[in-house]
Ligand binder design. Structure first.
Ligand SMILES: [Zn+2]
Length: 511
């Protein structure tokens, strides 16, 4: 028996939905009659059920969803309930009894999947969304990293990080590796860490350092003491926010980078690094890591698109992981997504979005892009050889795994998150199937999630059992605050550029 939320006593919703607000406003102002189609009565009955009280300590029962457990990735359990209690998945099964004090959500017809994991996103760039729509990689370095990036203040790092993490949560990304490589001071890092806590998301803060239009500098700053202090400060690192280092190859003779890498190893801090980046960071870097005994199992290699087979072998033997950012690799030419190379070697794979400055930057899009890329490559190879087209080697189910459990494996967090299993932390995404694009999604729910769902379908998001998004709307003032802060930073920085220089960032001169 389903306990319908709308059968509860009418109480004022904590957060009015867009539809609810318009409906209520229409009734109050008599706009329904004036508007023609929308009568006052229709507007009133069209109001969605009141939002249940999602107090953090209250159990939450999601009823009747199609559950993609990701254990295994090919499993879809129809009409299943999930009970969330104490931040964890406490029960999974059909027809679960609701604890007496539970908040109950009717999830019938909807798809419940693990929260998505973005293994590499330069969150601080979010206020500059779309500026790079037609950038080359060189334009990105010049405009985003140097012209905009070097104007960031500490407050801007707070604003931009909060804005970007809220954007990710809205799209169903419950865990984000915030690849924060625009920072110029420890205060900047502390501000970004505070924004991570305030967002409510699960964040792996990857602490890097600005190098302007240079790709990298020698990471001496790691050894200056502030990283050691911050990592032991529970007000900055703890709860849903963890820390790693974002170190890019300096390319300097003698590999002076090694000291910072050794320190990270001693501290047990994982490192994420751009590697296999066409024309910039290639096999020599992997060789230097090997020579210094620094090919570590905790390292994430981002892009990894242009390496020789021997380098992939070394990464596989070390136990390291790869973050593929397919939209970025297609648009900026860092290298072709190395899907076949890493899959053949059993390397842990997660997906990533890189930046909103020149691509969509949500993991649903990344799943589609990586699938398209692998299938395009496979088919083109067959056509060039005049061979018969084979069935696709990369399945929808595998890319769904890469976007969820795979990302959790990259973080080393797969014992806690990444699947819907009893005992795991409740990082969950509920996809609506109401839109015409999702009708008959139950034909192959994994396919609908990967091929047809967009962030508009992201109906509810839970992180560690806390409701961050419900009925298609972010809770509290997350959305409004993110927009306000992000716009403040964008406006403050572009005001420093003369109009011609600003216009040039949108339309770089072509030589
Ligand atoms: Zn990157």
């Amino acid at each position: 028996m389903h306990n319908q939320p709308h059968a509860r006593p009418a109480t004022p919703p904590r957060a009015l939905t867009r539809r609810g607000f318009l409906g209520a406003a229409g009734v109050a102002l008599g706009l329904g009659a004036a508007g023609g189609y929308v009568t006052g009565r229709a507007a009133a009955t069209d109001r969605p059920p009141a939002t249940p009280d999602f107090a953090p300590d209250r159990p939450l029962l999601l009823q009747g969803a199609t559950v993609l457990t990701l254990a295994p990735a090919t499993q879809a359990l129809p009409d299943h309930d999930v009970l969330v209690q104490g931040g964890k998945i406490a029960a999974l099964g059909p027809g679960l009894a609701a604890p007496a004090d539970a908040a109950v959500v009717d999830a019938r017809g909807k798809i419940l999947m693990p929260g998505m994991v973005d293994t590499h996103r330069h969150v601080w760039q979010t206020p500059f969304r779309g500026f790079g729509a037609n950038w080359s990689f060189a334009d990105y370095l010049q405009y985003m990293r140097e012209q905009f990036g070097l104007r960031f203040t500490t407050e801007d790092f707070y604003n931009a990080t909060f804005m970007g993490l809220v954007d990710a949560l809205d799209a169903g990304v419950t865990s984000t590796v915030d690849w924060s490589h625009g920072l110029r001071s420890t205060a900047d890092a502390e501000a970004a860490l505070q924004a991570a806590h305030d967002s409510g998301g699960r964040v792996r803060f990857a602490w890097g350092r600005a190098a302007g239009a240079e790709i990298a500098v020698v990471p001496d700053w790691v050894l200056e003491g502030d990283v050691a202090r911050v990592v032991r400060d529970p007000s900055l690192v703890g709860g849903l926010v963890s820390l790693q280092l974002a170190l890019d190859w300096s390319g300097r003779p003698g590999f002076p980078d090694a000291a910072a890498w050794r320190w990270a190893r001693e501290q047990g801090l994982p490192v994420t690094t751009h590697a296999g980046l066409y024309g910039a960071i290639e096999d020599e870097f992997i060789t230097q890591l090997q020579q210094n005994d620094l090919l570590l199992p905790s390292t994430t290699y981002v892009h990894a698109g242009t390496l020789r087979p021997e380098s992939y072998d070394l990464i596989a033997a070390s136990g390291g992981a790869v973050s593929i950012a397919p939209e970025s690799e297609f648009n900026f030419g860092q290298g072709y997504p190395p899907t076949a190379d890493v899959a053949a070697r059993g390397i842990r794979v997660g997906l990533s979005t890189d930046t909103v400055t020149y691509q969509s930057a949500d993991v649903l899009s990344a799943m589609r892009a990586v699938l398209n890329g692998d299938r395009a490559e496979q088919n083109l190879e067959a056509q060039n050889a005049r061979a018969a087209i084979s069935p696709p080697r990369l399945s929808v189910d595998t890319v769904l795994e890469w976007g969820t459990l795979g990302g959790a494996r990259v973080l080393g967090s797969d014992a806690e998150i990444g699947t819907i299993e009893i005992g795991k932390r409740a990082d969950l995404v509920l996809l609506s199937t109401e839109s015409p694009a999702m009708a008959n999604a139950d034909n192959y729910p994994q396919g609908a999630a990967v091929l047809h769902a967009t962030r508009d379908e992201v109906d509810a998001v839970l992180v560690d059992g806390r409701v961050i998004k419900y009925a298609g709307e972010l809770t509290g003032d997350l959305a409004a605050r993110a927009r306000r802060l992000g716009t403040t930073t964008r406006d403050r920085i572009i005001a420093q550029l003369d109009p011609a220089a600003l216009e040039q960032t949108r339309h770089p001169a072509r030589s």
